[in-house]
Design a binder for this molecule. Structure first.
Ligand code: CTP
Ligand code: MG
Length: 225
């Protein structure tokens, strides 16, 4: 079995307040994005990595990649101003426009090869599958002063990778663009076409590094390993 990975690194990391793209921040002695790419490089099922970066980070990223001894082919491609735009640009830059595509946040360094394989197998069977974890908080829906408490047993927090058959996710992205829809993840664009997406239970360790506090969590995770 094999898949192609799109790894997104074209954001600005504004909420991290580091003054530059958070992908280059050091955790456990390595840049964040190196941790993320390492996992895919080590997965024998990963045929290629399409790394989406902004033009302003391209040179720095190239230098960083040149210093690694990776064997999986990595193509650098340009991203857009919204995550969704970056994904579509990644899809259009894939070397092979068929088969299973994984879409992953560069800012999620701790996904495991074991979960990647479970996801690939689910995607092969269902055409669309995502990693997600059960929500642990009580979630309230607020409309004005009226609150409604959601049934937590039904709620899942979506993670990445999200895996799809190439044609399904490409069509979903093009359709969203035509309709002017900006979704908060890739699966939501497939859901709006009335297509089922399968959940593969992930791990709470597969955190996205978003704010400065997340750096402490990441260091603590690495120290505990
Ligand atoms: N991303 C991207 N292109 C964009 C925006 C985001 O490729 N135009 C990527 C980020 O680099 C990140 C992932 O999508 O790996 C998830 O986005 P997020 O955590 O929001 O990262 P940033 O957009 O960089 O951070 P912020 O929203 O705080 O500016
Ligand atoms: Mg963002």
């Amino acid at each position: 079995m094999y898949y192609q990975a799109i790894v997104l690194a074209a954001g600005q990391g504004k909420r991290m307040q580091a003054g530059h793209n958070k992908q280059f921040l050091t955790i456990g002695q390595k840049p964040l994005i190196v941790h993320t790419l390492n996992v895919f490089d080590q997965d024998p099922w990963c045929a290629s990595i399409t790394l989406v970066v902004s033009n302003s980070d391209r040179e720095l990223m190239q230098q960083l990649l040149a210093a690694q001894k990776w064997t999986t082919p990595i193509n650098l491609t340009e991203g857009g101003s919204e995550r969704q735009e970056s994904v579509l640009m990644g899809l259009e830059a894939l070397p092979d426009k068929s088969g299973i595509v994984f879409i992953h946040d560069g800012a999620r360094p701790f996904v495991t090869i074991e979960r990647l394989h479970a996801l690939a197998e689910a995607c092969l069977e269902h055409r669309g599958a995502i990693l997600a974890v059960p929500v642990t908080d009580t979630i309230k829906l607020r409309r004005g002063n009226r609150l409604e408490t959601m049934d937590r047993g039904l709620l899942w927090a979506a993670q990445t990778p999200q895996a799809f058959d190439y044609q399904l996710i490409y069509d979903a992205h093009v359709s969203a663009k035509v309709d002017g829809v900006l979704g908060t993840d890739d699966a939501s664009l497939v859901e709006r076409l009335d297509q089922d997406v399968f959940i593969v239970e992930g791990s709470y360790d597969n955190m996205k590094l978003t704010t400065p506090e997340d750096l402490y969590k990441a260091e603590a995770f690495l120290n505990g390993k």
